[in-house]
Design a protein around this ligand. Structure first.
Ligand code: FEO
Length: 393
């Protein structure tokens, strides 16, 4: 249990050892499931719970805080890393009302089979009083599920945001102190989880702008007592015009032909003053690619033909680009084939949701020859032209 302010405590759990989330997202720095206890002069509220394997820590912290009764349990988000221990909490505190919005209620009933009689459904902007402290609920949908919301504690100027502004970072710091590390983890979290919803995130940030916020208290990672830092970082990441002079070159090569194409393109781009982040898709950290997608001006995918199609590692990368919908301005493809393939048709289908321009693909037969290298240099020229259009050089 850690005190945030008088009568406001963090009672969740740090998960130092967790290394994967949703069975896909790498967690190189662990994570935490922050849960908050607010003791008002008349009522007590618990804000979110923890991932079920960590529920014993939550109950130990509640016991340490001397909690005998909880009046309100606030659920900001139905995903189980925050909601999964709700059934145990509601059983332990039978008088507690589960406070959330209508959409979240439906999801909690479906996901956790919580008794409908336990709920108190609130509307956007509604408040409940704990006596000397007041909780105001602000619906902030799609950060990153449709039911997500925040709670503002006016007397202490704390905004509880659940996943919004969170980071997968296990740290003993209650408040963010190692800012370069925290922002790296936050950018990773934004890239993997929030980026596809950046248009609505911009609206949610706008909705919060009139609140007097001293502390942002997310449900993953450290809290922010200088909230402008993280809000401004989000604003930069979601700004469609803010792209860096940088290209992601993500490739897989089976017998070296695609690798030679990549080597030539990377050198050619560097000669033109363009930054490159190169990833071998066979062993790359998906999270690092996602981080680069936040502000890279372009992405080049390179793949050999594998059973007439994209190599599966390249298909996975194309799937991620399509799903995460980065603000990348252009996409390019390079590849090689031995006898035949439908690689370009497949690629276009897989990238159907992206708005980025697809540059003329470059597909060659076998090992690159001199005229192929010339074509690769021409692709670097086209990319350099795009950067003149989109990047503040
Ligand atoms: Fe941390 Fe979307 O749950």
């Amino acid at each position: 249990m850690r005190q945030v302010k008088p009568d406001v405590f963090e009672v969740g759990a740090i998960d130092w050892d967790r290394r994967i989330f949703d069975e896909i997202i790498p967690l190189p720095d662990g994570t935490s499931y922050n849960s908050y206890l607010i003791k008002g002069s008349e009522k007590i509220a618990l804000l979110d719970t923890v991932d079920p394997p960590k529920k014993d820590i939550l109950f130990e912290n509640l016991a340490q805080a001397g909690v005998k009764k909880i009046d309100y349990v606030i659920s900001h988000h139905a995903e189980q890393d925050h909601s999964g221990s709700l059934p145990d909490v509601l059983q332990a505190f039978p008088e507690a009302k589960l406070v959330t919005n209508a959409k979240c209620k439906g999801m909690l009933v479906d996901l956790l089979h919580i008794d409908e009689n336990r709920f108190m459904v609130i509307e956007d902007g509604q408040e409940i009083s704990l006596g000397n402290k007041t909780l105001k609920f602000i619906l902030t949908p799609w950060v990153h599920w449709p039911e997500t919301m925040c709670t503002y504690l006016a007397q202490d100027k704390i905004l509880f945001t659940c996943d919004f502004f969170g980071s997968h970072l296990a740290t003993s710091d209650l408040f963010a102190r190692d800012m370069s590390k925290v922002l790296e983890c936050n950018k990773r979290y934004y890239a993997e989880i929030m980026m596809p919803f950046r248009t609505i995130i911009a609206k949610n940030i706008e909705k919060l702008k009139d609140l007097d916020i001293e502390i942002i208290a997310p449900s993953h990672g450290p809290l922010y007592d200088e909230p402008r830092t993280i809000i401004n970082a989000y604003k930069k990441w979601i700004d469609e015009k803010d792209v860096a002079n940088k290209v992601i070159v993500a490739y897989v090569s089976m017998h070296g032909s695609t690798r030679k194409m990549v080597d030539r393109l990377v050198n050619s781009l560097m000669e033109r003053g363009i930054g490159v982040q190169q990833f071998n898709l066979v062993n790359a950290d998906v999270g690092k690619i996602a981080i680069e997608m936040v502000d890279a001006a372009g992405i080049v995918l390179a793949s050999p033909t594998f059973l007439t199609a994209l190599h599966p590692a390249a298909a996975y990368a194309a799937f991620l680009v399509n799903a995460l919908r980065p603000k990348t301005k252009y996409l390019a493809f390079m590849g090689s084939f031995g006898w035949a393939g439908k690689i370009l048709d497949q690629l276009q289908q897989m990238l159907a949701a992206t708005k980025a321009e697809l540059l003329e693909p470059l597909v060659i037969k076998g090992l690159p020859r001199d005229d192929d290298y010339t074509k690769i240099d021409q692709l670097a020229d086209r990319i350099a032209e795009k950067h003149k259009d989109f990047v503040k050089l």
